[in-house]
Design a protein around this ligand. Structure first.
Ligand code: VG1
Ligand code: CO
Length: 539
């Protein structure tokens, strides 16, 4: 029996860079999660009889919202729900599950790199049939529906046992509880040479940050690849991630960093985020920026069996350094520059225009799924290390010697009052026309704009994606506001300086970027607008 529940709209359900993210307490308001899920279901066409995948990163509210969503899926006419055991599916595993099952889409319950727990963040994201995040056309439709929603549909049924594999019925609809890891691990075995990795007898530390990658990393690294027990740290997903911030950067994964800089460091270190789509790569005594990692993976991908045929193209988000562009140029393949967020890569991947994609925020992935994929990047690195028989440091130095080095850092100013952050960006946008030709120390502005992207596959245009200031000689600073936060605003300042092959390739990043940091403040008036004299996170 379908039950119709009357409701009224919430006006704050606009999906951000990656789905709807709010404090868990916001999601606990009456009808809040239900309204959003119903808005999603209302814009999904042809759902009658179709399969829907549901899973999340295990954070606080994960199980509760899954039970609600299953009943609503039954009432909305879906034919089947596939849900990960324990309510668990990493974001890349969910993407793969949608594709493998020919599902019409999936709900991924996660706020990704945001902290979790009763006083922290929760999130819901809808992915479409290609396994990727819903594009703006769809998220705009969802937003519009949240603003005029007046009812949601459910069935009267008990919670299912999320911990028992098998099929049960909810309101006449079969719900299949499946192993969240097996299909994903099998996919990885088709892409990488597990025998070669095992034979290389590398040592490694992997920090799952008490988030969703724990079971995946334990099965793949310790189980199938034979790394020593204990290689995976913080490997049990916890509803509050053990109180940690599951963002794999140098600040929040500092214990891994310290392990990798110690005298007895293992060969390779990596970490992942809340929902398993990000990766942090630290070799023994060598941190690799995510932008460099993208370039180095692209340059070496042909060494792994999934990519022996070469790459069709490389795509990066605009704030990501141009290191990958140089690899594309050397390979004679196209390079694409998209706005921030994985949803912009989906069309390029579907069209066969790009094979590898990446973002400076520690997201890398390929056309094997339609999400960024943390463990995929880790396994590709391991495969490359095994084949080349060299250290991460040696591979990085070799790369820079050939392509030059893009010194790079991101400065985040968190919890800035929204009106101050908006005023900063408005002033910046207002000054764009006057910036070219202006000198800041030794730096001269060559061009400045507000990044807009035209999708080459469907012609859709996305504007206001971040302010770029390009200096003569290839250095650059980019300013944008985060679209994933849940309180106040986060200003992200992306700093990049290119040093050509034969130049100064072995310097400290901070020293190499100091003049650009100074210019960034002079251009945007960061101190003046925000009162902040230093960033909260440097990565
Ligand atoms: C951030 C990153 C962006 C990433 C997004 C989702 O967005 O900068 O590169 O795609 O998070 O990643 P923003 O708008 O806060 O800068 V995840 O792993 O949190 O889903
Ligand atoms: Co994530």
């Amino acid at each position: 029996m379908i039950r119709t529940v009357a409701t009224t709209p919430y006006t704050d359900q606009k999906p951000g860079t990656s789905g709807l993210r709010k404090k868990a307490t916001v999601f606990q308001q009456p009808n809040y999660a239900e309204n959003f899920v119903q808005a999603v279901f209302d814009v999904v066409e042809d759902k009658a009889g179709a399969t829907l995948v549901i899973g999340g990163d295990g954070r606080f509210l994960n199980r509760e919202v899954i039970q609600v969503a299953i009943r609503m899926a039954a009432a909305n006419g879906f034919g089947r729900v596939v849900v990960g055991r324990g309510g668990i599916l990493s974001t890349p595993a969910a993407s793969h599950m949608i594709r493998k099952r020919g599902a019409i889409g999936g709900l991924i319950l996660s706020a990704s790199h945001n902290p979790g727990g009763p006083t922290e963040d929760f999130g819901i994201k809808y992915n479409i049939a290609n396994g990727g995040p819903a594009p703006e056309k769809v998220t705009n439709g969802i937003l519009a529906r949240t603003l005029d929603i007046d009812r949601w549909l459910t069935v009267d049924a008990d919670d299912i046992d999320l911990d028992a594999d098998g099929v049960v019925e909810v309101g006449g609809m079969p719900v299949e509880v499946v192993d969240p890891v097996g299909d994903y691990a099998a996919l990885m075995e088709t892409l990488f040479d597990f025998d070669a990795i095992r034979a290389a007898r590398l040592t490694m530390a992997f920090d799952a940050m008490s988030a969703v990658t724990g079971p995946y990393a334990t099965e793949i690294l310790e189980g199938r690849l034979g790394f020593a027990k204990g290689t995976v740290r913080n490997g049990t997903p916890l509803p509050d991630f053990g109180g940690h911030h599951p963002d794999p950067n140098l600040v929040h994964a500092h214990e891994l960093y310290e392990t990798m800089m110690a005298a007895d460091a293992p060969d390779f270190g990596a970490a992942s985020d809340g929902d398993g789509d990000r990766n942090l790569i630290i070799g023994r005594h060598r941190f690799v920026t995510p932008s460099d990692s993208l370039a180095m993976l692209a340059a070496n991908a042909h060494l792994a069996k999934g990519y022996t045929g070469g790459l069709k193209g490389i795509a990066r988000s605009m704030p990501t350094s141009a290191a990958a562009d140089r690899v594309a140029e050397a390979l004679g393949i196209p390079a694409f520059e998209t706005p921030t967020g994985w949803k912009f890569f989906g069309n390029l991947l579907d069209a066969g225009m790009a094979t590898i994609c990446g973002e400076e925020s520690a997201g890398t992935g390929s056309d094997h799924v339609r999400e960024k994929d943390g463990l995929w990047a880790v396994l590709l690195w391991l495969n490359i290390l095994a084949v080349r028989g060299e250290s991460v440091d040696a591979i990085a130095r070799d790369h820079w010697a050939k392509y030059g080095r893009n010194y790079y850092a991101r400065h985040d100013y968190e919890g800035v009052e929204s009106d101050k952050a908006d005023a900063l960006m408005a002033a910046l946008r207002g000054s764009l026309a006057t910036l070219p030709g202006t000198r800041f120390g030794d730096l001269v502005v060559e061009a400045a704009d507000d990044f807009a992207y035209t999708d080459p596959t469907d012609g859709s245009v996305s504007r206001n994606q971040g302010v770029r200031v390009l200096f003569e000689g290839g250095s650059r600073v980019v300013f944008r506001l985060s679209g994933t936060g849940t309180s106040g605003a986060t200003l992200r300042v992306y700093l990049e300086r290119y040093e050509p092959a034969g130049g100064d390739l072995d310097r400290e990043t901070g020293d190499m970027l100091a003049d650009i940091v100074a210019a960034a403040d002079a251009i945007a008036g960061i101190v003046e607008h925000t009162g902040r004299t230093a960033p909260d996170v440097v990565t």
